[in-house]
Every structure is written in structure tokens, then in C-alpha cells.
Write a protein that binds this ligand. Structure first.
Ligand SMILES: Cc1cc2nc3c(=O)[nH]c(=O)nc-3n(C[C@H](O)[C@H](O)[C@H](O)COP(=O)(O)OP(=O)(O)OC[C@H]3O[C@@H](n4cnc5c(N)ncnc54)[C@H](O)[C@@H]3O)c2cc1C
Length: 323
């Protein structure tokens, strides 16, 4: 979706520009015309957002990241400045700095939502599912495989994990402080509260607790009852997705989603290399499998050698007793 109306010039006129004196006495002040990057939480989001930001900034503009990552972690991604602020300050950052563009990850959750709200509330042009940037244009993926739409460079970019951009050359990242932020005018965006999506609908890359089924699980009704009872987010191996038993957006792995869960439970999943690649960033992995010599068991922090369905029945019975 591209919005043609772009009051960028109006916003620029309204900006409270820091005086030359203020700049001289505040060496940390981010320079004007910077590209603001919101690198998200996972390594993958950081990588794609930083790539896109550097492609857009070129050599002449600095990239300023709003991030909790350390300057050392960001220097490899060619970020010039880091400010330890939450992305909710973006409206005020926009009003104060008038950056060249803002880049967020298209994560199907918090950041996708934030970018779209910002565009609507501040009437800024936006491109979503951006997969390529170049020569004042952006390319966005569509639902049709291999078909992309091209549009003029917008002010807000939500970048897809498939983005193709040259790898960035490392830079020295400095920690910066923002100048006093302008008030967002009446009618502008205000964060009233954050509504977390229901766990079973949470996009896999955002989920903190994922329970996934593989070919070793035959009773999918039982699997869904189990996942709901635990308040987890469901996932699956490609085996169950290809057979139509689980939707495509639940597939974990090379050709599915990469997850960064605190806890990942793999029920009846052998742990093929393509699946393991998708769980690289998980903290604690628990395998439930009848074969304790499978690759998933080698990756897991804890392996339970048992029938997956018996395991689910027992846990559900235990939870029932505790009610
Ligand atoms: C190009 C390419 C891309 C791919 N991308 C992906 C991807 O993104 N994600 C992905 O998952 N796969 C992907 N695959 C497929 C992958 O190679 C495996 O075929 C797939 O992951 C296997 O799924 P599975 O573990 O569910 O099934 P299986 O390999 O058949 O394993 C079933 C497991 O269940 C166990 N089991 C059996 N019965 C029980 C029981 N009663 N209780 C407990 N355990 C039991 C078995 O011991 C076994 O370990 C890809 C393949 C290719 C070629």
C-alpha cells in the first residue's frame, strides 16, 4: 500500500530545529536527515533492518537505531548511532528530527502494527513487505509468488526478511541521546495500551513459548488442546504442513519461519537440518520423541523418550487435577 499524499515538507516546516549553538554543545545530537532504524528483537530482524537502512542511507546519511542492542553489537551492522529508546517514541522522534525515513521489520506483529499506525496517524507514505530498495524506488512482495510491486521511496518502510541488499561494512557505533522531543500534536498518535495477541495466533517469530508437532503426532485435535492448555503458540514441521494438517504460516524451518522462543517443545519431530535451522535462536529446547538418538534430541536441552500423545494426555490430566 502506498499513500501518495506526503506532508513531509509541512512536518519539516513545523520541526523545532536545534540551534547551531545547541548542536555545538551537544556532540551526541543525531544529525538531521538520518535514517531511523528500529531493529526489532531477533538477530534476523536486526540484520534485515540494518541492511535496508544502510542501503537507503548510502554514505552521506547516518543510520540512527532505536534499540536496546549495545553499540558493539550494532557496529557490525553499519549503524552510526544508537539511542536506547523504545519504538513507541517514534511519533515524537519523527516530529523532532524529521528523519529521511523510518525502517521497521515486517514481523506480522508489534512492529508491523506500529509502522502502519504511524503512517496513518502522521499521514506519511508507507511501503510494506519491502524486498528491495534502489534508485529512489522500493519493491514490495505480493501474495502472488514472484510478483512484486514497485513504488517511489516512501517515508516508512516495513522490510521483509527476504530483502536483498548488499551486506553493510562495519562502522564505529556511538551511543547518542535525543534532544528534547517535540510534543505530538492533538489528534496525533498516542499509545494507550499494548494488546498482546492471543498465543495461538501470535506470529511464530514473535512467540516466546512454542510447541510444535511433527509426523510423530497423529491426533491434531489433542495437539491443539494441549497447546491451548499451556498457553503456547503452535508450530509444525514441514511434514504436517505439506500434508495439509497445519497451515503454512505455522511451519518452522528454512522454508518456514525462524523462531526465537524462550522455550520450544518439539513433539514427534526428528530434527532435520532444515527444521533445526529455524530454531537456532531458541533458548531452551525440549524434545519429546520415541527415538532418543534423533537429531532433535542432540539439539535439545532435555529429551523425553516417550510417545508424544501419551505425554500430552498425561500433562493435560495433570493440569485438570490442578484446577
Ligand atoms: C528444500 C527443503 C526445505 C525444507 N524446509 C523445511 C522446513 O522449513 N521445516 C521443516 O520442518 N522441514 C523442512 N524440510 C523437510 C525436512 O527435511 C524433513 O523432511 C521434515 O522436517 C521432517 O518432519 P518430521 O520431523 O515431522 O518427520 P520425520 O522426519 O518423519 O520424523 C518424525 C519423528 O517423530 C518420531 N515419532 C514417531 N512416532 C512417534 C510417537 N508416537 N511419539 C513421539 N515421537 C514419534 C520419530 O522418531 C521421528 O523422529 C525441508 C526439506 C527440503 C528438501
Amino acid at each position: 500500500m502506498i499513500r501518495r499524499h506526503d506532508p513531509f515538507a509541512v512536518r519539516r516546516a513545523r520541526k523545532v530545529a536545534p540551534s547551531t549553538d545547541a548542536k555545538a554543545s551537544s556532540p551526541n545530537l543525531p544529525p538531521a536527515e538520518c535514517v531511523v532504524a528500529v531493529p526489532g528483537r531477533s538477530e534476523q530482524q536486526l540484520l534485515v533492518v540494518a541492511k535496508a537502512a544502510r542501503a537507503l542511507a548510502g554514505e552521506e546519511r547516518p543510520v540512527l537505531a532505536l534499540s536496546s542492542h549495545s553499540p558493539e553489537a550494532l557496529s557490525a551492522h553499519a549503524v552510526d548511532l544508537v539511542v536506547r529508546e523504545e519504538p513507541e517514541v517514534l511519533p515524537a522522534v519523527w516530529m523532532t528530527l524529521c528523519p529521511y525515513a523510518i525502517i521497521l521489520p515486517e514481523d506480522g506483529g508489534r512492529y508491523s502494527d506500529l509502522g502502519r499506525r504511524l503512517a496513518v496517524d502522521l499521514e506519511l507514505s508507507i511501503a510494506v513487505h519491502v524486498v528491495a530498495i534502489g534508485a529512489g524506488l522500493v519493491w514490495s512482495a505480493t501474495n502472488l509468488p514472484g510478483k512484486e510491486v514497485v513504488a517511489p521511496l516512501p517515508r516508512i518502510l516495513l522490510v521483509d526478511r527476504r530483502i536483498s541488499a548488499p551486506a553493510a561494512t562495519p562502522r564505529v557505533t556511538r551511543e547518542a541521546v535525543l534532544p528534547p522531543l517535540c510534543n505530538v500534536p492533538e489528534g496525533g498518535p498516542r499509545l494507550l495500551r499494548t494488546i498482546e495477541p492471543e498465543p495461538e495466533r501470535t506470529a511464530l517469530p514473535n512467540a516466546r513459548f512454542v510447541v510444535a508437532a511433527g509426523a510423530g503426532v497423529r491426533d491434531l485435535g489433542l495437539f491443539h488442546r494441549f497447546v491451548n492448555a499451556l498457553g503456547a503458540t503452535p508450530g509444525a514441521s514441514r511434514n504436517l504442513v505439506d500434508s495439509g494438517q497445519m497451515p503454512r504460516d505455522r511451519q518452522i524451518g528454512t522454508s518456514g519461519e525462524r523462531i526465537a522462543a524462550d522455550v520450544y517443545v518439539a513433539l514427534g519431530i526428528s530434527g532435520a537440518v532444515q527444521h533445526l535451522e529455524g530454531i537456532d535462536d531458541c533458548q531452551c529446547v525440549i524434545a519429546v520423541n520415541t527415538d532418543s538418538s534423533c537429531p532433535m534430541a542432540a539439539r535439545a536441552d532435555l529429551t523425553l523418550r516417550c510417545d508424544a500423545e501419551t505425554f500430552m494426555h498425561r500433562v493435560l490430566a495433570h493440569l485438570d487435577r490442578r484446577k
